[in-house]
Each structure stands twice: as structure tokens, then as C-alpha cells.
Design a protein around this ligand. Structure first.
Ligand SMILES: Nc1ncnc2c1ncn2[C@@H]1O[C@H](COP(=O)(O)OP(=O)(O)O)[C@@H](O)[C@H]1O
Ligand SMILES: [Mg+2]
Length: 250
């Protein structure tokens, strides 16, 4: 099978600090891949490199067979790559619906104003409402995003990414700061998205129960390098991983 996403010897330095080193990955279409590793392992930086938020200092990113290394985040988004952020990033002073509509329009990019008009506004609103319904947030469409409880704000972020109808969705710690109940709900949502939308998902997650529950394959980062990759059962059994990270799981 041809990989949907490949990284080839990807690296990123911040001054003297090598945050990501020599990361080579191949993610198959439809796969749910978890990226795990201790704090500071380089997971978020790797997501920035894949989504185009940061340029790499070494290596390539290939998406759907195309080398996208030189493209910025909007161009990668238009090609089918969407993401959420570790720190919730919504527009707090806008309504829930407006947040999602902006995400749709951001993907349309420069085309939006040119083609413009009522029809396009209606289409983006329809897509935004569809996505909100998918995440169970349709009843909150007209509320200010800032007034949502934290768990719903995180779901809103996922709704924004899903509304962009990506092929590859990057989720950076979607359950961070959530209650156990909200975590369970979010896991259900992620599973549902993966299935219903045939999405390929890259998930950074610190909760190992969530990771072992959801992932088809797991990649372990440690000091910016891949130290292991495999099925959840392989990763659970891997001594180096246990030492570096899991410790208590053994
Ligand atoms: N913009 C930045 N400037 C300098 N150092 C950074 C920057 N972003 C991340 N780092 C450093 O890179 C390393 C990896 O960080 P990060 O990718 O956020 O790790 P993780 O998401 O796995 O916790 C850390 O040592 C962090 O302090
Ligand atoms: Mg991080």
C-alpha cells in the first residue's frame, strides 16, 4: 500500500537544541497512529513540521505522494491535512458556529473571496453545522465559544478540523485537561470520526489507556528520535519503551 503520509529523516533544531532528529515515518491510509513519548520528546514539534507550521531543518514531508516540504500550513490544509493544537485555539469572542465557519473558509483560502457570494456562505455554514452535529455541539451553535465548558471547547476544535474535510487529521493531546467522563466521550468521538469519515489520524496522547484503546500502531519518540514503532501489543512489551516512558505500565 502507498503511504498517505511519509516523513523522511525529518529534523528540527531550535538553536543548539535538537527537538526532532531523523524521524522517518510511513502512515497508511485509514490508519490511526499514536505518537507517544515523555514531555519534551518532540511530539508537538513533529506535528508542526508535518502540518507546515514550522519548516524543518532537515528532511522531507511527503503527503499523498507529493513532496510538501516547501509548502506552508494553508497549502497543506488545502491538500487535505488538518490539525488541532495542544493548547486550545479557538476564537473565544465568536460564536461556536462562526468558529467552525472560519475553519471552512480558511481551507477555501484565496478562492473564498473571489468566488464569494451568498451561495458560498450558505455552503460553508451548512458544512459547519454538519460538523457541529457530528460532534454533538449543534445545540450550542449560537453560543460564544468562550462560554463553553473546557471539554466542549476541545470538541469544538475537533469540529473545526473535521469541517475542513481532511484526509489526514492531526490531534495534539485532545484529552488534555479533560475529566475522565469527557475523556471517554472524546475517545468515542475520535473512533467515530475515523470510521465514518475514513480518516487517517495521527494522535499525540499522554493517556496510555486512550492510546492502547485507539491506536492501530504506535510510534515512540524519546529525545526527538523514534525509539520504537509497532502494534500496541509490541509497544507494551518493549523493554526500552518501558524504561524510557511507560515505567509503571509493565
Ligand atoms: N519554539 C521553540 N523554541 C525553542 N525550543 C522549543 C520550541 N518548541 C519546542 N521547543 C523545545 O523542543 C523540545 C520538544 O518540545 P515539544 O515538541 O513541545 O515536545 P512534546 O510535545 O513532546 O512535549 C523541548 O525541549 C522544547 O522545550
Ligand atoms: Mg506537546
Amino acid at each position: 500500500m502507498t503511504a498517505l503520509l511519509e516523513t523522511r529523516e525529518l529534523g528540527r533544531a531550535f538553536g543548539a537544541l535538537q527537538a526532532v532528529t531523523d524521524v522517518t515515518l510511513a502512515v497508511e491510509p485509514g490508519e490511526l497512529r499514536a505518537i507517544i513519548g515523555p514531555n519534551g520528546a518532540g511530539k508537538t514539534t513533529l506535528f508542526h513540521l508535518i502540518s507546515g507550521l514550522l519548516p524543518p531543518s532537515a528532511g522531507r514531508v511527503v503527503f499523498r505522494g507529493e513532496d510538501v516540504t516547501a509548502l506552508g500550513a494553508p497549502a497543506r490544509c488545502r491538500r487535505g491535512l488538518s490539525r488541532t493544537f495542544q493548547i486550545t485555539s479557538i476564537f473565544p469572542e465568536l460564536s461556536v458556529l462562526e468558529n467552525v465557519r472560519i475553519a471552512v473558509q480558511l481551507k477555501a483560502g484565496g478562492n473564498f473571496r473571489l468566488l464569494g457570494g451568498r451561495a458560498q456562505l450558505d455552503a460553508s455554514e451548512r458544512r459547519a453545522r454538519e460538523s457541529l452535529a457530528f460532534l454533538g455541539l449543534e445545540g450550542r451553535a449560537d453560543e460564544l465559544a468562550s462560554t463553553l465548558p473546557h471539554g466542549d471547547q476541545r470538541l469544538l476544535e475537533i469540529a473545526m478540523a473535521v469541517a475542513q474535510e481532511p484526509e489526514l487529521l492531526l490531534l495534539d493531546e485532545p484529552t488534555q485537561g479533560l475529566s475522565p467522563e469527557d475523556t471517554t466521550a472524546t475517545v468515542g468521538v475520535i473512533r467515530q470520526i475515523a470510521k465514518a469519515r475514513h480518516l487517517t489520524i495521527l494522535l499525540v496522547e499522554h493517556d496510555m489507556d486512550v492510546v492502547f484503546d485507539l491506536a492501530d500502531r504506535i510510534t515512540v519518540l524519546h529525545f526527538g528520535r523514534v525509539i520504537a514503532e509497532g502494534a500496541p501489543s509490541d509497544i507494551r512489551a518493549n523493554a526500552e519503551v518501558q524504561q524510557a516512558y511507560l515505567g509503571t505500565v509493565a
